[in-house]
Design a protein around this ligand. Structure first.
Ligand code: PLP
Length: 357
């Protein structure tokens, strides 16, 4: 028998991504949009798909998609990078700016994939902690940057899973601190369009700042797997070196481009979800739970009357799936509910009331 090869120690230690995909009636666990894109988008996409020359490789530079994104944000096409979901954007950043002998700073509790992708790219993770209310203390951040000089600093805003929005002056302060030694600040705005402000208008070729976004949440297109980055052109040029040739397929490119042409319909979905979020926040106030303010399309809460894990199971028994964070460090006992349609949210609130009574 052949000796079985071992993977890199970093990979052996990895556990993979766990978010159960269960067959339930109300799925509020992965922060997707509950509403599909508009019917006109489907029709336009079907038509555009018929025109794809499947025997040919797609446009390697995803030129039209990047130009459409550049137009939406008022930047140059050379300041836009697109990838297969923002997870691949983050991976590309870590491949280009992280790797062996380099480090990335993250502030926990936060999106677990940063540390996961860091490990798979051989990048050392430097962990800072959030305050008990999940805010970032600017001194904690700048002290960590001074001590460790991480090559990359990731700020998730609004932060997943807490919903916390980073104040603009904190982002500027961190960018300045990282800029003093050549570190690159990544603001992950996967939920940015649900929030009242963004770091996009701080972008400048002379600043070490990039902003990552996705079509998965606000653009109601998690199934298409499209993410993008707005960045100084010198940064995009480095990311292009680590991207695989033709990594964005022809279908995805056209889907992204057409979605941008339906901006008003997509924006309208966002405002519906934001008002549903506020309705949910008010409803949670009346229940025996602690819920944190959120600028995203989800709310983190901790049941106080019963253990979170039991409440999670009771919700599943009522065919409502939320995300179980009860064992995650820093958010022990907590659950996270994605904002769904009005009906789905009512189903969730009813099931939660029953589970807590
Ligand atoms: C903060 C954050 N960033 C990035 C992602 C990845 O999104 P996608 O790869 O679908 O663009 C997610 C997904 O949940 C997220 O919560």
């Amino acid at each position: 028998m052949a000796e079985r090869p071992t993977s890199r120690p970093d990979v052996v230690a990895l556990e993979g991504y766990h978010s159960p995909q269960m067959d339930v009636e109300v799925r509020l666990n992965t922060n997707e949009s509950p509403l599909p894109p508009p019917a006109e988008f489907d029709e336009a996409l079907a038509e555009a798909t018929r025109a794809i020359g499947w025997n040919r490789y797609p446009d390697r530079g995803a030129g039209r998609l990047r130009a459409a994104l550049a137009e939406r944000y008022g930047v140059g096409a050379d300041q836009v990078f697109a990838a297969n979901g923002s997870n691949e954007v983050i991976q590309s950043l870590l491949l280009a700016y992280g790797g062996s002998g380099r480090s990335v700073a993250v502030f926990e509790p936060t999106y677990a994939m940063y540390a996961q992708i860091a490990r798979s790219t051989g990048t050392r993770v430097v962990r800072g902690r959030r305050e008990p209310n999940f805010a970032l203390d600017p001194t904690t951040v700048t002290d960590l940057l001074d001590a460790e000089r991480p090559n990359l600093v990731v700020l998730c805003s609004p932060n997943n899973p807490t919903g916390t929005l980073e104040p603009r002056n904190l982002v500027s302060e961190v960018v300045e601190a990282a800029g003093s030694y050549g570190g690159l600040v990544v603001v992950d705005e996967a939920y940015g369009q649900f929030a009242p402000h963004s770091a996009v208008d701080l972008l400048d070729d002379d600043r070490n700042l990039v902003v990552s976004r996705t079509f998965s949440k606000t653009w109601a297109m998690a199934g298409a797997r499209i993410g993008y980055l707005l960045a100084p052109s010198w940064c995009v040029a480095e990311l292009e070196k680590v991207a695989l040739p033709y990594h964005l397929d022809a279908f995805k490119q056209v889907a992204g481009e057409l979605a941008l042409a339906h901006g008003p319909a997509m924006d309208q979905r966002i405002s519906v979800l934001v008002s549903e979020r506020e309705r949910m926040a008010t409803a949670l106030e009346a229940l025996p739970v602690t819920a944190w303010p959120s600028a995203a399309n989800f709310i983190l809460f901790r049941p106080e009357a019963r253990p979170g894990r039991e409440v999670w199971q009771d919700l599943v028994d009522r065919s409502v799936l939320v995300r179980d964070f009860t064992t995650m460090e820093g958010v022990e006992g907590c659950l996270r509910v994605t904002i769904g349609t009005g009906d789905e949210n009512d189903r969730f609130l009813k099931a939660l009331r029953e589970a807590l009574s």
